[in-house]
Design a protein around this ligand. Structure first.
Ligand code: NAP
Ligand code: 8YV
Length: 325
């Protein structure tokens, strides 16, 4: 006798391959498509045993309370700041993410964004397209990678992949995190402001959430100084965005390259109008190759759990096996 499919809540839109590969084992219920979310959770919530989400669609405590049989939330993305892992951990719900499979892609994009920002490549490309080269050459860029030290905020999986690439560029590297990273010989700064004072490029690649909110504030930006360039591939919440806008407008820092924003997909008008910023629409991992690998890991975590095996990549806050109340 064929066993019954498991009811799964898909919190937001996801890649079609994820739903296709889940459909043999799960009944997929689309939360985002429900006109009345409360009525949907009241009627479907008691049946749901698994959930999946990515990026913009949260799985918060309020939702999880309405799914008393929920056992697993499989998150698309290594960052899982939109899932309430504290509530999940306290209630025996495993949360999984997609680490490692995106390290190289995100590190590549970070280096691209750094080069674009320092050497004004998008600006000079626009210059050519606008026919301005016919009048005179694009001005020399005030900034170069040649005389700069890089400070990385976060020396985890992706921070290390970024550092490896920057080493090949022959640039000195230092870093900040809560603890010194194992197996790393770069200079460690326990104090972020002190590191910002000593570097010319600051790259953020840390998790979002309450612990890192506005970590890069006016004081850190001031310490980075008028030659300083800020690159953010972490989360928009890690920088005080109004303070960043002010620092860029008043030339307290020279430039910024940003892949992430506080209220995506909304980007402050001031940033869009500035010439000394390069803006990307959260694309650091966004190749077909890497997004497929991330999607497969979302599926594999759920299939492992459904067959009674340990999920492949539970987050540290919700270790397997879970402690159910
Ligand atoms: P990871 O391996 O867990 O590394 C995280 C690093 O951040 C560690 O060095 C950690 O060191 C440090 N850290 C954590 N909390 C901190 C805090 N409160 N203060 C200072 N440092 C802190 O994670 P990963 O795989 O490298 O990914 C990092 C993050 O990048 C993700 O969580 C996500 O937000 C972001 N990301 C963005 C994109 C994008 O598309 N733009 C793509 C992938 C990832 P300590 O624990 O010692 O502090
Ligand atoms: C994804 C990311 O773009 O992995 C992460 O933490 O930010 C990105 O790789 C995002 O999670 C998908 O919405």
């Amino acid at each position: 006798m064929a066993s019954e499919k498991i009811d799964l809540l898909m919190a937001g839109p996801m890649m079609p391959m994820i739903e296709e590969r889940l459909s043999t084992t799960f009944n997929v219920h689309h939360f985002a498509k429900a006109a009345d979310k409360t009525a949907f959770l009241d009627s479907m919530g008691p049946k749901i045993r698994a959930a999946t989400t990515g990026g913009q669609a949260p799985v918060n405590a309020e939702m999880m309370k309405k799914m008393p049989k929920l056992e697993i939330v499989s998150n698309f993305g290594v960052g899982y700041d939109t899932v309430d892992v504290k509530y999940a951990g306290e209630n025996g719900i495993i949360v999984t993410n997609t680490p490692d499979v995106l390290n190289e892609e995100v590190a590549d994009t970070t280096l691209g964004l750094m080069l674009m920002t320092v050497r004004e490549l998008p600006q000079s490309e626009r210059y050519l397209r606008e026919g301005k080269w016919l009048q005179k050459p694009y001005p020399l860029t005030p900034a170069s990678l040649r005389d700069r030290t890089v400070g990385i905020i976060g020396m985890g999986r992706i921070g290390k992949a970024i550092a490896k690439r920057i080493e090949a560029f022959g640039m000195p590297i230092v870093y900040h995190s809560r603890n010194p990273a194992a197996g790393v010989s770069y200079k460690y700064y326990p104090d972020l402001t002190a590191m910002a004072r000593d570097v010319d490029i600051l790259i953020a690649i840390i998790p979002g959430g309450a612990a890192t909110k506005n970590m890069v504030d006016a004081k850190v930006l001031e310490a980075l100084g008028p030659k300083g360039i800020f690159i953010n591939v972490a989360r928009g919440t890690v920088v005080d965005e109004p303070a960043l806008v002010e620092a860029l407008l008043s030339k307290k820092i020279m430039a910024a390259g940003l892949d992430v924003f506080a209220d995506e997909p909304h980007v402050p008008k001031e940033l869009i109008e500035m010439e000394n910023v390069v803006l990307l629409p959260h694309v650091a991992s966004a190749s077909v190759f890497t997004r497929r690998a991330m999607g497969q890991l979302v599926v594999d975590n759920l299939l492992a759990w459904a067959s009674g095996k340990p999920p492949l990549t539970p987050v540290p806050e919700t270790p397997y096996p879970p402690k159910r109340k």
